[in-house]
Design a protein around this ligand. Structure first.
Ligand SMILES: *[C@@H]1O[C@H](CO)[C@@H](O)[C@H](O)[C@H]1NC(C)=O
Ligand SMILES: *[C@@H]1O[C@H](CO)[C@@H](O)[C@H](O)[C@H]1NC(C)=O
Length: 352
């Protein structure tokens, strides 16, 4: 046995591993996942749903090209560039995890739950370590969790078409991937529930305003499109200031973007973090943005002026238990005395 195992390791761990899943043929090519430890569900980890243009990491991503050989979906270690105690991530990060129970009959098509994680639009983590599937896998559903670009790579708000809302557009790309591919994993593309928390919930509420209905149900937790701070103001100085910090000279936003494109994402994130790109109320400046009309634009007016494009949608809305209680140990009494009435209301009514 020992000898066989060693041989396996020498040849190819995955081919011999007792817990590798069978190959799923998807319209986007063959994908192989892994069994969980107990063997009751299969995990397809880090499946690419889109590709970021390495020559233009601030621009639109494209759908993932078809796999020509079996894609081994065994690692979800790639995060989108963000600061998480230190600068981390890789720009080639548009990946999702699919979790599917093992005991389903091939003819059953299960409802799909698609999770958009929060993170204040400056980061998000869709991996198994952060979003473990164990609870939901006790029910007959297919679960999908995603990464999307955030911060300077996902939510620049420039007066140049094509440099806005990249993170939201990534989410739309992932939803299109679901529509095209989830049936191969046992999911029903016509029964997709999108759910998310905080920035994830705000994103979903904004996606209601997108033309094509990409899901049938939604669960929105702790955030909506009308949250006072959610929409950014156009601000070309964000990439210019970051580029200057890295040695760029000048005030031209396109030249600054060209300069940043050539720099490693981790270094750009590190500088972005140290520059502290937040407004005076401590909300990020990189977030969803009203875009100028263009072919790829998805949000062309303030949510308050737009009517949802999706009809007959089942929506559950609320907030998570003890939402934002992480603030408790770091905020003094005056924070609580002042928070709602002083900050949020003043912002709501634009009185400062
Ligand atoms: C624009 O961004 C800069 C940081 O690059 C910030 O200092 C400034 O306050 C922002 N302006 C507005 C109107 O938000
Ligand atoms: C991030 O920047 C700080 C200086 O602000 C520097 O000390 C540190 O080495 C940088 N870290 C990385 C991983 O580049």
């Amino acid at each position: 046995m020992k000898k066989i195992l060693l041989l396996c390791l020498a040849i190819n761990y995955l081919e011999c591993s007792p817990n590798h899943g069978s190959v799923v043929e998807t319209p986007n090519g063959p994908v192989r996942g892994v069994q969980n430890e107990k063997g009751d569900f299969t995990m397809y980890l880090g499946v690419p749903y889109g590709v970021v243009d390495e020559d233009n990491p601030f621009g639109d991503a494209k759908p993932s090209p078809k796999f020509t050989s079996v894609f081994e979906a065994v690692s979800d270690s790639t995060l989108c560039p963000q600061y998480s105690g230190r600068p981390v991530g890789d720009i080639n990060c548009l990946k999702l995890n699919v979790y599917a129970p093992n005991n389903i009959q091939p003819k059953d098509k299960l409802p799909v739950m698609f999770y958009i994680p929060g993170g204040g639009f400056i980061g998000n983590i869709g991996n198994r370590e952060m979003l473990g599937p164990e609870l939901l896998m006790k029910h007959d559903i297919i679960l999908v969790t995603i990464n999307y670009r955030a911060g300077i790579y996902g939510f620049l708000c420039l007066d140049i078409p094509g440099y806005n809302n990249q993170g939201l557009k990534d989410q739309v790309l992932a939803l299109k991937w679901i529509k095209d591919n989830i049936e191969s994993f046992g999911g029903d593309p016509n029964r997709v529930t999108v759910f998310g928390q905080s920035a994830g919930a705000m994103s979903i509420d904004i996606l209601f305003l997108v033309k094509e209905p990409l899901f049938q149900r939604a669960i929105i937790q702790s955030g909506v499109a009308l949250t006072p701070w959610v929409i950014a103001k156009m601000n070309n100085s964000v990439p210019i200031n970051v580029a200057k910090e890295l040695g760029f000279k000048g005030d031209d936003v396109k030249a600054a973007l060209d300069y940043l494109k050539a720099i490693n994402a981790v270094d750009v994130i590190n500088v972005t973090h140290s520059l502290n790109i937040y407004d005076t109320e401590n909300h990020p400046l990189t977030k969803p943005c009203v875009e100028m009309e263009s072919e790829g634009a998805i949000l062309i007016d303030y949510p308050v002026n737009l009517k949802p494009k999706v009809k007959d949608l089942d929506i559950m809305i609320g907030h998570t238990l003890r939402e934002a209680s992480f603030r408790y140990p770091v905020s003094d009494e005056s924070y609580y005395d002042n928070y709602v009435f002083d900050i949020e209301l003043r912002q709501d009514f634009n009185e400062t």
